[in-house]
Design a protein around this ligand. Structure first.
Ligand code: GLN
Length: 494
């Protein structure tokens, strides 16, 4: 196949899948093209592991299936390359979860989400940088270096799925997986001007996702368009009863089926609490312009209230560390991962291993978590937080009596400068205010690019749906992207 491949990286997943199916490009040349881009733009810091032999072997297998015409109808993604957030365990690549604790760790199995995408014929380009154990909002907590935002290398790509968002925005991959515990798909998507969706809690299996806060963690796709996210999410979701007891007993769904439905008459709830004092004027302007665009498409804006929005910060930063402190107890130097070299006895080995292996933010959360779960404080903090979590979920159900979807900003500001909040964890926690409520309620949420703000940085709008309303969310996002061009904007130099 001899033709100009120079713009292969500008194709969306949907376009690439079609070209591959029609044999206009091969999976091998596509994979080689993207691997070369990853090398050229290595200074972004997005990739943590690549393995050309593995990738090309997968691509050759995809080409063979494409040539033989043996692809099943279910293999809509045959030959499409993507990369995984380094929180998903993979047999063929190292899995670090951004932690020294797991440096060079190789899993004996693939995460369910990784395996499901592989069944669809995707070609894996490698593993993408993230905050250590997915704790963070700027990707600065990774033990393996910072990630630059392709729109401005002095700024953060967001976190914790910062490598995924930067790689998609810089067109080093057509799409990537991410995980979202309190905003880690939506916020980096917003900061990097791409599209991402976190499904309803339980729709995608957590098996093989290195656990942070198990009652919140969810996997989802990050890509340039809602159409691509629909394709990928359809492949990622589905029950996994034997391996994840919290995975929902809901059949797989084709999230692309209603993409082009009209949004005429759609009621968009606009929560007053998402447009208060803390919202930067540039972000407000871009989100309000997007809402006006929706009105032009025939949607109706409905003022709503999510009265406990502010409480979502203390509630999340009690529950997530509590679960993290329990989940991370497995990293003790005995079973797997890092072990201190010098120690006197077993207790000393535990202590030294954990002191060496975990970064500051992870240690902070383990301490907070152990504290709020301890005898005497459990009722005052953990139990209280659980009660308010329930109320936050109820507030959404009240709101959904008046509207079909909820819209607002993803984050109060555009991407900040690298280093700006790294010494001040609370400042970074506060910036999670708009993504945490939906996470605590377990609702699906997405981020779509809606313009540019301060420093010419991308602004994302958040769309939140009721449980199982992923298809609706993707439809609402897709209609916006059919009418606007924000999702096609490209950072200079990529
Ligand atoms: N920024 C939030 C945190 O630090 C959310 C991270 C996430 O969703 N994984 O916990």
């Amino acid at each position: 196949m001899t033709h100009d491949n120079s713009a292969l990286h500008d194709l969306t997943v949907a376009q690439l899948a079609t070209q591959l199916r029609e044999r206009k490009v091969s999976a091998v040349e596509t994979a080689q093209h993207f691997l070369a881009r990853a090398r050229t733009h290595a200074s972004l810091g997005a990739f943590l592991d690549t393995n050309e032999d593995v990738t090309l072997a997968q691509a050759r297998a995809a080409d063979a299936a494409l040539a033989a015409g043996t692809a099943s109808a279910a293999q809509a993604l045959l030959g499409v390359p993507l990369a995984h957030k380094d929180i998903f365990v993979t047999q063929d690549f190292v899995t670090t979860a951004g932690s020294k604790m797991l440096a060079n760790y190789r899993s004996p199995f693939d995460a369910t989400v990784v395996a499901k995408l592989a069944q669809q014929g995707v070609v894996t380009l490698g593993k993408l940088n993230c905050d250590e154990f997915a704790m963070g909002s700027a990707n600065e907590n990774s033990a393996f270096g910072k990630v630059a935002n392709p729109w401005d290398a002095t700024r953060t790509p967001g976190g914790s799925s910062g490598g995924s968002a930067a790689a998609v925005a810089a067109r080093l991959v057509p799409a990537a997986t991410g995980t979202d515990t309190g905003g880690s798909i939506r916020q980096p998507a917003s900061f990097c001007g791409i599209t991402g969706i976190k499904p309803t809690y339980g729709r995608a299996s957590r098996y093989g996702m290195v656990a942070f806060a198990s009652s919140l963690d969810q996997a989802g796709p990050m890509a340039r368009t809602a159409e691509d996210c629909a394709l990928l999410l359809s492949a990622m979701c589905g029950p996994d009863p034997d391996r994840d007891s919290t995975s929902l007993d809901v059949p797989e769904e084709n999230f692309s089926r209603s993409l082009t439905d009209s949004v005429h008459g759609l009621r968009i709830g606009v929560p007053a609490e998402f447009f208060g004092e803390g919202l930067a004027p540039d972000v407000r302007a871009a989100v309000e312009a997007a809402l006006t665009q929706y009105e032009k498409l025939g949607a109706r804006l409905v003022p709503i209230s999510l009265p406990r929005t502010e409480l979502s910060i203390p509630v999340y930063y009690i529950i997530a560390p509590a679960e993290a402190s329990s989940n991370l107890s497995r990293f003790d130097g005995v079973k797997f991962g890092h072990r201190a070299e010098k120690y006197t006895d077993l207790i000393d080995m535990y202590k030294k291993t954990r002191a060496e292996g975990f970064g500051d933010e992870v240690k902070r959360r383990i301490m907070i978590g152990a504290y709020v779960l301890s005898h005497g404080y459990y009722d005052a903090y953990y139990l209280q937080a659980q009660k308010i979590r329930r109320m936050i979920a109820d507030d959404f159900q009240q709101a959904f009596k008046q509207c079909d979807v909820i819209a607002g900003p993803v984050a109060p500001t555009v991407a900040w400068k690298l280093g700006d909040k790294s010494e001040d964890p609370v400042a970074s926690y506060l910036a999670d205010i708009f993504t945490l409520p939906g996470s605590l309620a377990g609702l699906p949420g997405m981020s779509i690019p809606v313009g540019f703000g301060a420093g010419e940085m991308p602004v994302g709008m958040q769309l939140i749906g009721n449980y199982m309303q992923e298809a609706k969310l993707l439809n609402v996002a897709h209609r916006f992207q059919q009418a606007t061009e924000w999702h096609s904007a490209k950072p200079r130099g990529f």
